[in-house]
Design a protein around this ligand. Structure first.
Ligand SMILES: *[C@@H]1O[C@H](CO)[C@@H](O)[C@H](O)[C@H]1NC(C)=O
Ligand SMILES: *[C@@H]1O[C@H](CO)[C@@H](O)[C@H](O)[C@H]1NC(C)=O
Ligand SMILES: *[C@@H]1O[C@H](CO)[C@@H](O)[C@H](O)[C@H]1NC(C)=O
Ligand SMILES: *[C@@H]1O[C@H](CO)[C@@H](O)[C@H](O)[C@H]1NC(C)=O
Ligand SMILES: *[C@@H]1O[C@H](CO)[C@@H](O)[C@H](O)[C@H]1NC(C)=O
Ligand SMILES: *[C@@H]1O[C@H](CO)[C@@H](O)[C@H](O)[C@H]1NC(C)=O
Ligand SMILES: *[C@@H]1O[C@H](CO)[C@@H](O)[C@H](O)[C@H]1NC(C)=O
Length: 424
């Protein structure tokens, strides 16, 4: 059961990984049957030694259980497959100083007292998943990872992400690490999801090399710098954060929705080059935001507009078209004139038009011809609201252990799914 009886037949299964410099392609090699593992689970040190004895191991390997104080993998250099170290609840040390490559997933999960991690030569992984490692303060990545598809770091005691030097990823998810107070990343492109949430209360996020991303979710962050970001193909959300400014100096286009909500200290929005939001725009429940100015070039919104707060000022100087409805509720005295005109000119395509301020409500269900043709609020505002829901689900996950666990599992499962698509 522990060994495949035949040599690996997947010798030609190539894998392509994004590297920090280029695309690295590796093929699974042939190995002797001693080093060909098939869903091998090691529950004692002698079994771990069988893996360590292989310079190159092929197959999926799990190291599991409470029989280890120290897990010694010195010797193994490459694993073509995945390595899971799970629930090794007595392990203080994991030593894999010679390991350079794990083509599948390297997962460390629920190793509750793991303190010393040595991955000194590891440069290449398919997916790196660290989860529930409360005693782990350092990544042990001395050489540093330069090639990966997906990185998920959740619920660890890490104080920094040092050694994660990739510049292109599909998934980057860093959540619930209470001691990470700075994330300064050289990432240039994240093609599926970039998510940073609920780390140290005051986490400063620096993504100055990032130029292109798909979905970006930032929660519970203290500051953000992403001045090279020009394109967000999916949705962008900044919520439940202590930022006083949300600034994306170079951003010209958001493919789906933009959500800015529950940022209690937020005072300024600055999107000087943004011309298009493909989905909904939501700016809500930002206690100290008095103006929603900050979108001087915004011409089109492909979904609905939903804005509330105490606004004294706010205009969209360049706005020409809103495909969905328009709902602005202000407790301050921001003027509705501009938006009423946009609505009466037929440039707000959705059925719903509400604009109210401290002076009173002004709302209507527009009866414009053609409003029924619309894809408008239905499609796009659904996108918007489903995103809002997921944001909320995550934010409430902080308060409930069970929910939080599910959320994280979801994120990790999503990570696996992406990884699967990418590699096989
Ligand atoms: C790119 O990175 C890989 C692995 O990190 C390395 O083997 C290769 O030499 C690097 N290529 C260049 C051109 O730097
Ligand atoms: C983890 O290991 C502990 C014993 O060390 C055991 O009681 C527990 O059931 C294990 N958890 C899982 C999910 O396997
Ligand atoms: C690429 O990886 C090398 C080696 O870890 C690192 O020195 C370099 O800073 C990385 N480059 C980028 C752009 O992240
Ligand atoms: C933007 O990226 C370029 C090249 O990648 C870099 O030289 C520059 O410092 C970045 N800008 C900021 C504001 O960091
Ligand atoms: C965003 O979309 C453009 C155009 O389709 C594409 O070239 C780019 O790679 C995408 N970026 C990401 C991060 O997905
Ligand atoms: C503001 O709008 C959001 C999203 O539509 C909504 O959930 C929230 O209840 C609103 N807040 C107030 C004070 O009306
Ligand atoms: C609102 O606009 C007025 C005049 O344009 C300006 O004096 C005032 O400072 C603005 N208030 C805010 C909160 O931006």
């Amino acid at each position: 059961m522990q060994f495949k009886t035949i040599f690996t037949t997947s010798a030609l299964a190539g894998i392509a990984l994004a590297a920090n410099n280029s695309t690295l392609t590796t093929a699974t090699p042939s190995v002797t049957k001693d080093c060909s593992f098939s869903d091998f689970t090691a529950t004692n040190s002698a079994q771990v030694q069988q893996v360590a004895a292989c310079q190159t191991a092929v197959g999926d390997i799990t190291i599991y259980g409470d029989a280890f104080g120290s897990i010694e993998l010195t010797g193994v250099e490459q694993i073509f497959g995945s390595l899971h170290v799970k629930n090794a609840t007595q392990a203080v040390t994991l030593n894999a100083p010679t390991l350079q490559l794990v083509s599948g997933t390297l997962e460390l999960n629920a190793n509750t007292i793991l303190q010393n991690l040595n991955l000194a030569q590891l440069t290449t992984v398919g997916s790196l998943n660290f989860n529930a490692l409360p005693a782990l303060e350092q990544t042990g990545l001395t050489a540093g990872i330069t090639s990966a598809d997906s990185i998920v770091i959740a619920d660890t005691g890490l104080t920094s992400l040092s050694g994660i030097n990739v510049y292109e990823l599909k998934t980057f998810d860093v959540n619930n690490n209470q001691d990470i107070d700075t994330i300064d990343s050289g990432l240039q492109s994240v093609t599926d999801s970039l998510s940073i949430s609920y780390n140290a209360e005051k986490v400063d996020v620096i993504l100055d090399q990032l130029t292109s991303a798909n979905n970006v979710f930032l929660q519970s962050i203290n500051s953000l710098s992403a001045n090279n970001l020009t394109t967000v193909n999916g949705s962008l959300a900044v919520s439940s954060s202590s930022v006083d400014e949300v600034q994306f100096k170079g951003l010209t286009n958001i493919g789906k929705s933009l959500t800015i909500n529950k940022n209690d200290n937020l005072e300024t929005l600055d999107f000087p080059k943004l011309t298009n939001i493909g989905g909904a725009l939501q700016i809500s429940d930002n206690e100290h935001l008095r103006s929603f100015d900050g979108f001087p070039e915004l011409k089109t919104i492909g979904g609905s507009v939903d804005i509330n707060g105490t606004f004294d000022n706010g205009t969209f100087e360049s706005l020409q078209r809103v495909a969905g409805g328009f709902n602005l509720k202000s407790e301050g005295d921001v003027s509705c004139d501009e938006f009423k005109k946009l609505n009466s000119d037929g440039d707000i395509k959705g059925n719903k038009f509400v604009c109210s301020n401290a002076d009173g409500a002004s709302s209507s269900s527009s009866s414009k011809k053609g409003s029924s043709d619309s894809t408008d609020s239905s499609d796009s505002s659904e996108t918007g609201s489903s995103e809002t829901t997921s944001t909320k689900a995550k934010s409430s996950s902080k308060d409930s252990g069970a929910a939080s666990h599910t959320g994280k599992l979801g994120a990790i499962v999503a990570g696996f799914a992406i990884f699967g698509v990418a590699l096989y």
